[in-house]
Design a binder for this molecule. Structure first.
Ligand code: PBG
Length: 339
C-alpha cells in the first residue's frame, strides 16, 4: 500500500460512521422552540388568498389566522410575527390604518391573543409600509423623501396601539434612526414596560424581499436604500447593533438570514441579548421553486438552511416553515429529519 508520508494522521471520519454516532456528536440542533412563524392577515377577505411566489403561504382571514396560531402552539412553535394587509382603500400617505385600533393588524392581535393567550409569543411588525399608499416604511417630507423623525412619531403611536391590542413583542422593521429608543419610551410612558422590543438591527436592502411585497400587496415604487443597509457592509451592522442596545432593544435581529450568516455570527458573538434571524420570503421561494422542479430535496434543504442559521448563532429563527418543521421534529426528532 502506498502511504503518502504519515497521512492521514487523524481520522475525523470515525465520528461520522453511523447515524447514532453523528447524532451524538452533532453540535447544532434546531428545536421547535427556536422557531417563529411570520403570518399575513388581510382585511376584507372571506377565504385565504394564495401568494403565488410563496407556495404554501397564504394571506389569512382572521379565522384561518387564529387556526394557524393554534396549530403553531400545538407543534411547539415559540412565536408568531403578524403582518397586517389592509384593504387598498385604507392606505394613505401617513399609514393611518397602522395606528387605527380597528386596523387589521390590531384586530388580528386581539383575536390571536384571545385565542392562544400566552401560549405563543405574539409579535407584531411595527412598520408603515403595509399601510402607506406610496409603500415606504415611513412618512414622506415635502420633497418625497422618507422623513426620519416624523416617522418616529408614527412608530411611537403604533407601538402603543399594538401593545394595547395584545402584542407581547413589537418588531420595528423600518430602519429609522432612533426607532428603538422612541418606541421604548412610548411603551413605558403608557405603563407598558412589559412589552419587549425585538429590534431589526441589521436589515439589508435585499432583492430577496420580492415575494413579501406580493404577500403584503406593497405599492412601493423605487427602493428602500436610504434606510435599509447596503449588502456590502458589515461594520455598519455593528454600529446599528450598539445603537439598538443603547436604546433598549431586548432582542436583536439580522435579516435576511442565509446571505448574511457572517453578520449573524458577528452579532451573536458581540451581544448578551437573544439574537433572531429572519429567513425571508425570497429564501423560502428559492428552496420551494428548486424543489418543485426536482432540483433539490425540499425537506433536507429546509433543514439544512435552518441548521446553518442556528449554527451561525441565531437563538430564534423566523421562518415560513416554522409549523411544518416543528411538526417534523416533534414526530421524528431533529436527527432523523436531518439524516
Ligand atoms: C417591512 C418588512 C419587510 C419584510 C418584513 N418586514 C419588507 C421590506 O423591508 O421590504 C420582509 C419579509 C420577507 O421578505 O419575508 N415591513
Amino acid at each position: 500500500m502506498t502511504v503518502y508520508g504519515s497521512f492521514p494522521g487523524a481520522r475525523p471520519r470515525r465520528l461520522r460512521t453511523t447515524p447514532a454516532m453523528r447524532r451524538m456528536v452533532a453540535e447544532t440542533r434546531v428545536h421547535p422552540a427556536d422557531l417563529i412563524l411570520p403570518a399575513f392577515v388581510r382585511e376584507g377577505i372571506s377565504e385565504p388568498v394564495a401568494i403565488s411566489a410563496m407556495p404554501g403561504v397564504r394571506q389569512h382571514t382572521l379565522e384561518t389566522l387564529r387556526k394557524a396560531a393554534v396549530e403553531a402552539v400545538e407543534a411547539g412553535v415559540a412565536g408568531i410575527m403578524l403582518f397586517g394587509v389592509p384593504a387598498d382603500e385604507k392606505k394613505d400617505g401617513a399609514g393611518t390604518a397602522g395606528t387605527d385600533p380597528d386596523g387589521i393588524l390590531q384586530v388580528a392581535l386581539r383575536e390571536v391573543r384571545a385565542e392562544v393567550g400566552d401560549d405563543l409569543v405574539i409579535m407584531s411588525d411595527l412598520c408603515l409600509d403595509e399601510y402607506t399608499d406610496h409603500g415606504h416604511c415611513g412618512v414622506l417630507d415635502a420633497d418625497g423623501r422618507v422623513d426620519n423623525d416624523a416617522t418616529l412619531e408614527r412608530y411611537a403611536e403604533m407601538a402603543q396601539v399594538q401593545a394595547d391590542a395584545g402584542a407581547h413583542v413589537v418588531g420595528p422593521s423600518g430602519m429609522m434612526d432612533g426607532q428603538v429608543g422612541v418606541i421604548r419610551d412610548a411603551l413605558d410612558s403608557i405603563g407598558r414596560e412589559d412589552v419587549s422590543v425585538l429590534a431589526y438591527t441589521a436589515k439589508y436592502s435585499s432583492a430577496f424581499y420580492g415575494p413579501f411585497r406580493e404577500a403584503v400587496g406593497s405599492s412601493l415604487r423605487g427602493d428602500r436604500k436610504t434606510y435599509q443597509q447596503d449588502p456590502a457592509n458589515l461594520r455598519e451592522s455593528m454600529r446599528e447593533l450598539a445603537l439598538d442596545l443603547h436604546e433598549g432593544a431586548d432582542m436583536v435581529m439580522v435579516k435576511p438570514a442565509g446571505p448574511y450568516l457572517d453578520v449573524l455570527a458577528k452579532v451573536a458573538e458581540a451581544v448578551d441579548v437573544p439574537v433572531a434571524a429572519y429567513q425571508i420570503s425570497g429564501e423560502y421561494a428559492m428552496i420551494e421553486a428548486a424543489a418543485e422542479r426536482g432540483w433539490i430535496d425540499r425537506d433536507k434543504a429546509i433543514m439544512e438552511s435552518l441548521t446553518g442559521i442556528k449554527r451561525a448563532g441565531a437563538n430564534m429563527i423566523l421562518t415560513y416553515w416554522a409549523t411544518e418543521v416543528a411538526r417534523w421534529i416533534g414526530r421524528q426528532g431533529y436527527d432523523v429529519v436531518c439524516d
